[in-house]
Write a protein that binds this ligand. Structure first.
Ligand code: ASP
Ligand code: CP
Length: 301
């Protein structure tokens, strides 16, 4: 059984195999239309989602599997009556072959995996990690840049609570000579735990407070939304770094602009027409990456 909990569980080989399978899924989608036949996957989301839940559900259906779901588990499952996450998992694992779980607690996926008899797929756990997002992020970079070795990337916005950044920086340690610039306000800087992880893996991490500190020929700009829903101090206002056309003009024609989405105002809609803005393509790739992942975990088992 293979749980998907954190990006520290993948090897470079795992990733390259997943990318190759994703290419195949995209090219010959119909060939995989029975790979989850007879399987049931539960999607349990205690936090809102558009992309992750719907792309997982589309992926399950495209692979010929079936879905059972609670999209607002915090209110619409028996959690509202006081049932614990672990009891819920112990019950639902008897109904299905895998559980895709999004939860507000950063330890939820690992806790669920400890009691589950079926694979748990972490679809975002609090301000911890969002590993399947990072798999699709890495696949997107691979498609646009052909290689992740030697990559330079700026991860920006909310590096403190942004779980997609936490997972992505871990994944990037699998490649050689990667340079990561972390652009954020001081209060939203990358937590020490991740800075230390990068240091241990000998990845260069440069903490920045202004666009002027980022080289114009950086390969990837990875913008993120300020995760205001996770602020304990609700009065805290953080001035955001906005990407608009004037910012994009500073960067090379080869620099791609990514975002896990949803966005608010941190990327101006005027930038959408820029060929370097690849965030919608990035989210489309997500369904195929998730098909590959589900195929690997469940097909033929
Ligand atoms: N959708 C991503 C997440 O759930 C990013 C975000 O919500 O800002 O982590
Ligand atoms: N990128 C992402 O996880 O989007 P959702 O929150 O809409 O699922």
């Amino acid at each position: 059984m293979r749980h998907i909990l954190s990006c520290d569980q993948f090897s470079r080989k795992d990733l390259m195999e997943l990318f190759a399978l994703t290419d195949e899924m995209r090219a010959n989608t119909n060939q995989f239309s029975n790979s989850l036949q007879g399987k049931i996957v539960a999607t349990i989301f205690y936090e809102p989602s558009t992309r992750t839940r719907l792309s997982f559900e589309a992926a399950i259906l495209r692979l010929g599997g079936n879905i059972i779901s609670t999209e607002n588990a915090k209110e619409m499952s028996s959690a509202i009556k006081g049932e614990s996450l672990l009891d819920t998992i112990r019950v639902v694992d008897g109904y299905c072959d895998a559980i895709v779980l999004r939860h507000f607690d950063s330890k939820a996926a690992a806790d669920a995996a400890a009691v589950s008899s079926v694979p748990i797929i972490n679809a975002g756990s609090g301000s911890g990690e969002h590993p399947t997002q990072s798999l699709l992020d890495a696949y997107t970079i691979y498609k646009y840049k052909k290689n992740l070795d030697g990559l330079s990337i700026v991860v920006m916005g909310d590096l403190l609570f942004g779980r997609t950044v936490h997972s992505l920086v871990k994944l990037l340690t699998l490649f050689e000579n990667v340079t990561i610039y972390g652009l954020s306000r001081e209060v939203l800087a990358l937590p020490d735990e991740y800075v230390t992880y990068l240091k241990q893996k000998e990845v260069s991490y440069i903490s920045c407070r202004s666009f002027d500190e980022i080289p114009c020929d950086v390969d990837v700009i990875y913008q993120t939304r300020t995760q205001t829903e996770r602020f304990e101090n609700t009065d805290l206002e953080v001035e955001e770094f906005i990407i608009d056309q004037s910012v994009m003009r500073k960067f090379s024609p080869q620099t791609i602009l990514m975002h896990p989405l949803p966005r608010r105002n941190e990327i101006s809609p005027a930038v959408d027409q820029d060929k370097r803005a690849v965030f919608f393509q990035q989210s489309h790739y997500g369904m195929y990456v998730r098909m590959s992942l589900l195929h690997n975990i469940l097909a033929g088992k």
